[in-house]
Ligand binder design. Structure first.
Ligand SMILES: Nc1ncnc2c1ncn2[C@@H]1O[C@H](COP(=O)(O)OP(=O)(O)OP(=O)(O)O)[C@@H](O)[C@H]1O
Length: 450
């Protein structure tokens, strides 16, 4: 514990309390001065010279004014207002660069109820990053941080999580982050893509089967729920689970009990459930397409994964991250006007679509600088497919570019669907062959053709 020299015995008492926390903690006065910090703080964030005034906003952010005056949420003023513990997600400067930190502010009162200090607990969030090229969830925008705050809140519990968001917005990556941040992280995260599965395939994938239990069951197969024992089961596209299977899923979630296909033995498993969907499940419940009881079971803690168009501030960071993922050896950059072109695009296919556009741009460019025209060409590839094959594609009109140019962009999802339908027609509906040509899994093909 480090403490400022001039402080009283009482202050020392509060300061020594910091060593009782199992995470970095600082003691802050009501005028933002850091009075003391614990060993965990020193290990994670380095030393603070306390012989001259060190204010929390200067040390954590490099600001000259409190966070709320710099346009951010300030946990200290929030605690002052509410009189209660407050929690926010901030991006702090650390010896490793900028990092997401889960900040909890606790007010400390004396016996008369007067506010003396705040204890600020700072837990680095390891599942996300603001570093270009990271393999984690990257982002720093308000919408992203709000989502990350939910992830950090729920990760350590065993609550079922429902991820809601458009296709390609990052739901699978968020599921991985929830698992990684949980106490089950040392065990497996097992994923089942529910779209396109028939009743029998769904049942045998999920619960497993015995050899000979149906035609084609050449050997025993362990069900995914058993593989997820001690870990997490991620059901992607839960809205696509057939109604007849929903009751079996409900029983599994309620009791942890299941019976492999062809077996008379009831087995038990213990997993944490994460589900994801781009569909409106509440509406499906109303329409009788999704069981209400199952909906309540899976929707304990919903997390909204924002579409890319609501995370505009993250676009440059995502672009450099995806470019690094696309090409490790050669470093690609976008010109300012190329970035502007992307900033005007609505991205109906979200981050997956951005990744596809950048992949095309890298293939179309001869140097390591990606120009605006290359980006426009990458975006218009679908328009040319449209023209060549006379497909009636959905157009997404967005007005005009920064340069005043009027543009109507093609909806990539529709283009993709028509491309796959054409491939199917050209290959006698042979799904295995089409999936191979398109470079996607059979399950993705079913989903995309839906
Ligand atoms: N925050 C992020 N930072 C970096 N990469 C991301 C982020 N979010 C998504 N991605 C990347 O975008 C792509 C699409 O993400 P993901 O598969 O998780 O989306 P999804 O919402 O599950 O899509 P679908 O609904 O179609 O299954 C992946 O390549 C993923 O790595």
């Amino acid at each position: 514990m480090k403490i400022i020299a001039s402080d009283t015995v009482a202050t020392r008492g509060f300061a020594s309390m910091l060593e009782g926390y199992d995470c970095p903690a600082i003691l802050v006065s009501t005028d933002y001065r850091i009075v003391a910090f614990n060993q965990h703080y020193r290990d994670q964030f380095g030393d603070i010279a306390l012989d001259k005034p060190a204010r929390c906003f200067e040390i954590s952010h490099g600001y000259t004014v409190p966070c709320d005056e710099a346009g951010e949420d300030c946990p200290l003023s929030a605690t002052l207002q509410s009189g209660r513990k407050e929690r926010v997600l901030h991006i702090h400067q650390t010896p490793r660069g900028k990092e997401h930190v889960d900040v909890e502010m606790l007010p400390i009162h004396n016996e008369q109820g007067e506010l003396l200090f705040f204890v600020e607990l700072l837990r680095p969030v390891s599942v996300a990053s603001v570093e270009e090229g990271s393999a984690k969830l990257v982002g720093a925008s308000k919408a992203f941080n709000q989502m990350l705050e939910k992830i950090t809140r729920v990760s350590h519990s065993d609550a079922s999580v429902l991820l809601l968001g458009e296709s390609g917005s990052g739901k699978e990556l968020v599921a991985q982050a929830v698992h990684q941040g949980s106490d089950r992280a040392k065990n497996s995260l097992v994923t089942l893509e529910c779209a396109g599965l028939t009743d029998s395939l769904f049942e045998s994938e999920l619960f497993g089967h015995l050899k000979g239990s149906f035609t084609g069951a050449h050997s025993n197969r362990t069900g995914l729920v058993e593989l997820a024992n001690g870990g997490t089961l991620f059901l992607d596209e839960i809205g696509d689970v057939p109604l007849s299977m929903q009751v079996k899923l409900l029983r599994l979630i309620e009791t942890g009990a299941f019976r492999p296909v062809g077996s008379s033995t009831i087995k038990h498993t213990n997993f944490r459930l994460i589900c994801a969907t781009h569909k409106n499940l509440a509406q499906m419940v109303k329409a009788g397409e999704f069981r209400q009881d199952l909906y309540y079971r899976i929707n304990v803690f919903p997390i909204f994964v924002p579409p890319l168009r609501d995370r505009q501030a993250d676009l440059p960071l995502l672009i450099s991250t995806l470019l690094k993922r696309i090409s490790e050896r050669k470093e690609y950059h976008l010109t300012h006007s190329a970035l502007q072109a992307l900033q005007h695009y609505p991205f109906p296919g979200n981050i997956r679509e951005l990744s596809n556009i950048l992949n095309r741009a890298v293939l179309l460019t001869d140097t390591n600088v990606i120009e605006r025209d290359t980006i426009l060409e990458s975006l218009n590839i679908d328009t040319s497919i449209h023209q060549q094959t006379d497909l009636s594609l959905t157009l997404v009109t967005y007005g005009q570019t920064a340069e005043g140019e009027k543009v109507a962009w093609v909806d990539l999802k529709t283009a993709e669907k028509r491309y796959l339908s054409d491939l199917m027609a050209a290959h006698d509906n042979n799904k295995e062959q089409v999936a191979e040509i398109a470079g996607i899994s059979l399950r993705s093909l079913y989903r995309k053709l839906e």
